[in-house]
Design a protein around this ligand. Structure first.
Ligand code: HEM
Ligand code: CU
Length: 758
């Protein structure tokens, strides 16, 4: 059996060392050669002196941007560490038996993976981004309490060290074991990483003999203090340090999200702290908070999840804030329904405290209480859905710029939809009872925690890279990286959804052999994610030294769509002052994307979409009728010559819950043909291949045809099958042509009415 501690230390050291070595090499290349006037000794001591000054500066800085960067570096390191855990977990699952690590090691791995990711990766990175940008976004000089800010950060490294000390001690022990007899180094052999699960459920966590668990509790407590302090600082900063013209009504959406997140943290983390202290007391001083005769194991679960569920939203809200900030910049449109995004954020904040017991559906809680928790848990889907619809509406008819940040935004929205919908099912008690112990849950929450949190972090790193470094990252590598990350996540976690759906239990190193193939797919997907993370690291490190310098004050051409937000204005003034650049002037301001030209408020926003939809719908209806008439001819012939079974139309009716009558089915089919498909065509025509409208019509109808032949196939063979395929295709092609000819005609008439020019 391989030593897990050694492997993990080596992997972590390798990543850290490679990044460090790359950094030093690139820096060396950049520094100017000495003119030979100084001796080697002098230059070494000058170098050392510089290093000391820099170190002192890093250790004592209270500048919000520098602290922000420290947070981001720390969080990234923790993320890599937790990611190595994840890779090791997935590696074990390549084969059914526990032949790479022992089951005990596997338990330790998923415990430390969960804790490191949730506590030391996500919030530190978001707090870092917020530290850097919130003062810029709200026009403040710095955070409200700069020194508290520094303290908040510096509590984190010791906290992480305490939580994961077992690894170092174990490796140290193995090393010392080479020289010393076992009795003298007992301490080093007694600590090992904790394996009771990241939820630290009592009674296991009370009874576990591993002294590392006590250090872990202390470390978590420390990190909780750090979070609380940081949250307070954000709240005071956003409430009191806003610039004169920043009101609640025009506060940017990222600051809103950090404000709500901080509010949640302020309520949740002190509670976690108390629960941790109770657990420590139970373990070491014989109190009975969680003993059977005391509060019992269920008390721990209540306390834990009353922190734990809001924590999920604490992790996820900043990511949605980044989405609402970044997405509009790459589709050239104002964020749709700003006000409702704010309300939904506040709503999620409040509701997230009211659903903790859905994590406890399988315990003996009173069924009536469970039912109310189920209701609230389903209701929480509403504010989340509002966000998704607002993002989609923002993209609607946008001028999409296919850059890496946009690709990550689009990828996030899709993983979020899948993750969110599978979560709604879990909120239903009977489903949860079936699935909560399976990989279905793992798939569900990873689609969210991976699909939106790191995606948006990476998107933000690209979006603000020019602002933070004055250089461009490698955009081609970034696009490649984004694709890898999205595809890897979908492959991995959709596979987990499926193998969970067919019943594979989670948290087990050993599994039945029939799941091997699916598990291997998931593992390969995970390696792809890992690779994409390494590529991202490489890109941001190398571009810092080698990237093309930014030569304009508006690198994303945001002025053209009037989205030159406050942080970029700050950047512009700095570039002008430091490098003598002149402020960028947009080549043209697009009327159609001018936010001030859009009607005010949500009603206005909905109004413009409704107008657009109704304009399209009337065109679609006419096109749809023409196309459907043509198609009916083709399909009618197919029925007549007996290659298409009309009974199969009954299945459509059944699908939507009507009796299986072919007549009803055909009616539905016609409604689809006249309404839904033409609208779909109009919505997606930009993305369909082909230049002319006709060609797109053919592509589109061929796509529908493939769906059709699959749906209506009733076992025809030989010539019947050929006829079925051919007539289906001809019918759909005539549909597509009818549709597009009508559109073409309506468009030319419209153009004539407007007097030329679209
Ligand atoms: C490369 C991406 C990732 C992969 C491949 C991955 C993989 C895994 C695996 C295999 C498990 C164990 C499942 C089980 O046996 O029940 C797991 C558990 C978990 N992961 Fe991840 N993970 C990734 C990223 C993340 C991130 C970013 C977070 C949080 C922000 C996260 C949070 C968790 C949590 C909370 C658990 C549950 C631990 C437990 O069951 O006690 N993971 N992950
Ligand atoms: Cu929950």
């Amino acid at each position: 059996m391989t030593s897990r501690a050694l492997v993990e230390m080596a992997a972590l050291a390798l990543v850290v060392f490679s990044v460090g070595a790359l950094w030093v090499r690139l820096r060396r290349e950049k520094t100017i050669e000495s003119d030979g006037g100084a001796t080697i000794q002098e230059s070494i001591s000058a170098e050392l002196g510089r290093f000391q000054r820099q170190l002192l500066r890093i250790l004592t800085t209270t500048d919000h941007r520098e602290i922000g960067i420290l947070y981001i570096l720390f969080g990234t390191l923790a993320g890599v560490w937790g990611g190595i855990d994840a890779m090791m977990l997935r590696t074990e699952l390549l084969t059914p038996p526990a032949d790479i690590w022992t089951p005990e090691t596997y338990n330790a791995l998923f415990t430390t993976h969960g804790l490191t990711m949730l506590i030391f990766f996500v919030l530190p990175v978001f707090f870092g981004i917020a530290n850097y940008f919130i003062p810029l976004l709200i026009g403040a000089d710095d955070m409200a309490f700069p020194r508290v800010n520094a303290i908040g950060f510096w509590l984190l490294p010791p906290a992480l060290l305490l939580v994961r000390m077992g690894l170092f001690v174990q490796v140290g022990g193995q090393f010392l074991g080479l020289f010393s007899p076992e009795e003298t180094i007992r301490f080093f052999l007694s600590l090992r990483e904790v394996g009771v699960g990241w939820t630290l459920y009592a009674p296991l966590s009370v009874q576990s003999q591993n002294p590392q668990l006590d250090l872990l509790l202390l470390g978590l407590h420390l990190s909780g203090i750090s979070t609380t302090v940081g949250a307070l600082n954000f709240i005071v900063t956003i409430v009191h340090e806003r610039g004169e013209n920043v009101t609640w009504a025009n506060l940017d959406i990222f600051s809103w999200n950090i404000l709500v997140t901080s509010g949640l943290a302020l309520f949740a983390f002190p509670l976690l702290g108390s629960a941790l202290v109770m657990l420590l007391l139970d373990r070491n001083f014989g109190t009975t908070f969680f003993a059977v005769e005391g509060g019992g194991a269920i008390l721990w679960q209540h306390l834990f999840w009353f922190w734990g569920h809001p924590e999920v939203y604490i992790l996820f809200l900043p990511a949605t804030g980044l989405m609402s900030t970044i997405l509009p910049k790459f589709v050239g449109r104002k964020l749709f329904g700003y006000r409702f995004i704010v309300y939904s954020t506040l709503g999620l904040g409040v509701l997230s405290f009211g659903v903790w017991a859905h994590h406890m559906f399988v315990t003996g809680v009173d069924p009536r209480i469970k039912a109310s928790f189920m209701a609230v848990s389903i209701a929480i889907a509403v504010p989340s859905a509002i966000k998704v619809f607002n993002w989609l509406a923002t993209m609607w008819e946008g001028d999409i710029r296919m850059s890496a940040p946009f690709m990550l935004c689009a990828g996030s929205i899709s993983t979020f939809i899948i993750g969110g919908v599978t979560g709604v099912f879990l909120a239903v008690i009977p489903v949860d009872i079936l699935y909560h112990g399976t990989y279905y849950v793992v798939g569900h929450f990873h689609l969210i925690v991976v699909g939106i949190i790191p995606f948006m972090m990476v998107a933000a790193s690209y979006y603000w890279y020019p602002l933070m470094t004055g250089r461009w990252y490698d955009t081609r590598l970034a696009k490649f990286q984004a694709v890898l990350m999205i595809v890897g996540s979908l492959v991995t976690f959709m596979t987990l959804l499926i193998i969970g759906g067919v019943g594979l239990p989670r948290r087990q190193a050993i599994y039945p052999p029939e799941y091997q193939f699916a598990n291997q797919i998931a593992t390969v997907g995970a390696y792809v994610i890992g690779l994409s993370v390494l590529l991202w690291l490489y890109n941001v490190v190398v571009s810092y030294w080698r990237g093309a310098p930014v030569e304009t004050t508006d690198p994303w051409n945001l002025k053209a769509t009037r989205q030159f937000t406050k942080e970029w204005q700050w950047f512009e003034s700095r570039m002008v002052a430091q490098y003598g650049l002149s402020p960028a002037t947009p080549s043209s301001v697009r009327r159609s994307f001018d936010p001030s030209a859009e009607p005010e408020g949500l009603a206005g926003g909905v109004g413009s979409v409704i107008q657009d939809v109704s304009r399209k719908a009337s065109a679609a209806a006419i096109g749809g009728i023409v196309g459907t008439l043509l198609m009916t001819g083709g399909l009618g012939t197919a029925v007549f010559i007996d290659v298409l079974d009309p009974a199969s139309f009954g299945e459509i009716a059944e699908l939507v819950g009507l009796p299986a009558s072919p007549v009803l089915g055909s009616l539905l089919f016609l409604v689809g043909g006249t309404v839904t498909w033409p609208l779909l065509f109009l919505a997606f025509r930009e993305f369909l291949p082909g230049r002319l409208l006709f060609e797109r019509g053919l592509v589109f109808s061929t796509l529908i045809w493939t769906g059709f032949v699959v749906a209506f196939y009733t076992g025809q063979q030989g010539l019947g099958l050929v006829g079925y395929l051919a007539f289906g295709l001809v019918a759909h092609w005539s549909y597509g042509l009818g549709l597009t000819v009508t559109f073409q005609y309506l468009r030319s008439r419209q153009r004539a009415a407007l007097g030329g020019g679209e």
